[in-house]
Design a protein around this ligand. Structure first.
Ligand SMILES: [Zn+2]
Length: 161
């Protein structure tokens, strides 16, 4: 998926509301995300059955996804810290944009219940996930990542399978 400057790509959930004409895109993305997560659980040693999946597995999954991230988040010691468009490369890590993670959690949360999970046990609805996402958002806001990177992020989950 190569978009140039689509604005709301990272926010999959709101995008879905704004464009009722293309609900299938949200649905297929949700299915892909759900499969990716299922695969992730299967690859754990030992594999984690969905019935035993809890919020710490979800948090580990989110951290695991960072290795596929494309959003530069400057660390506090970086000379470009606070600059949205650094004039030169630096060694700060690439991360998943928080907006992408937030939209991903929204899709997985829905998928979990569509696949037989109950709202009471939904690990994606756990308060610790919201806390984690808030921390990521604040951290990335301080590092002033380039917002246009978000668009590339949205494709991450599709490409890495
Ligand atoms: Zn940097």
């Amino acid at each position: 998926m190569s978009r140039e400057r689509g604005k709301d790509v990272a926010e999959g959930s709101s995008e879905n509301q704004q464009q009722p004409a293309t609900p299938s895109r949200y649905e297929s993305q949700k299915r892909r995300d759900w499969n990716t997560f299922g695969q992730y659980l299967k690859n754990q040693r030992p594999p984690v059955p969905l019935s035993q999946c809890n919020s710490s597995h979800v948090l580990e999954f989110l951290r695991y996804l960072d290795q596929f991230g494309k959003t530069k988040v400057h660390l506090q010691g970086c000379m470009f810290y606070g600059q949205p468009e650094p004039p030169a490369p630096c060694t700060c890590p690439l991360r998943q944009a928080w907006g992408s993670l937030d939209a991903l959690i929204g899709r997985l949360r829905a998928a979990y219940e569509e696949n037989g999970g109950t709202p009471e046990t939904n690990p994606f609805a756990n308060a610790s996930i919201r806390v984690y996402l808030r921390e990521v958002r604040d951290y990335q806001a301080k590092g002033k990542r380039d917002p246009t990177q978000e668009e590339k992020e949205a494709a991450d989950f599709e490409q890495k399978e």
